[in-house]
Design a binder for this molecule. Sequence first.
Ligand code: ADP
Ligand code: TYD
Length: 203
Amino acid sequence: MFITFEGIDGSGKSTQARMLADHLRSAGRDVVLTREPGGSPGAEEIRRLVLEGDPDRWSAETEILLFTAARRDHLERVIEPALKAGKVVISDRFADSTRMYQGLSRGDLRGTVDRLHQMMIGREPDLTFIIDMDPEVGLARAKGRNGTEERFEDFGADLQTRMREGFLSLAAEFPFRCRVIDGNRPPETVAGEVAAIAERALA
Ligand code: ADP
Ligand code: TYD
């Protein structure tokens, strides 16, 4: 079972991915918790290239290649071996993030993202939680972390607003695997809903 968390920056994906991993582990399941961009040593090196520096450091086209290269390494070395071993893999972001951030942020490149995905990745999650969140609140939370990985946050509130709308349309595009979760609630409430859906899917 391959589970992903998607949504805008600061929506609570990392928090929820961790809480679901803890929940499933305490129920006796073997869980691999991972993230993108990154998740394998090579992909973590690419992560630094894409998340640090000026917003205009890379074009959207170059980013598609970098994120897909990182994903391919992550898939080969971490995700596929774990799934083959019967583990539950939970990833904080996956290909839907490229469909949104690179596919929609600077013109319509969704077709390019999808073609490269089909050629080089070719796998979709079994279950995707889209954590829905007010873009201003999400951006304030993400900025509150005060890190160095702010390239996408520095694109500003307008990008976050468009990404939120994009994620909601994505849920309508892939209704079998996507569940929209209201992230404007206490973390434990959100986690309870997420755990119930994951348990049903695993059963
Ligand atoms: P993301 O991975 O989507 O960027 P995080 O899980 O890192 O989001 O959360 C961003 C910030 O918001 C963190 O400081 C986290 O503690 C806080 N946070 C996460 N979920 C909630 C929630 N449901 N309510 C309030 N704050 C939250
Ligand atoms: P992440 O570490 O999940 O940031 P946050 O916790 O703020 O949500 O992801 C970092 C940034 O990378 C985020 O702004 C979205 C961007 N991103 C892409 O643009 N394309 C991708 O394919 C992925 C996986 C992430």
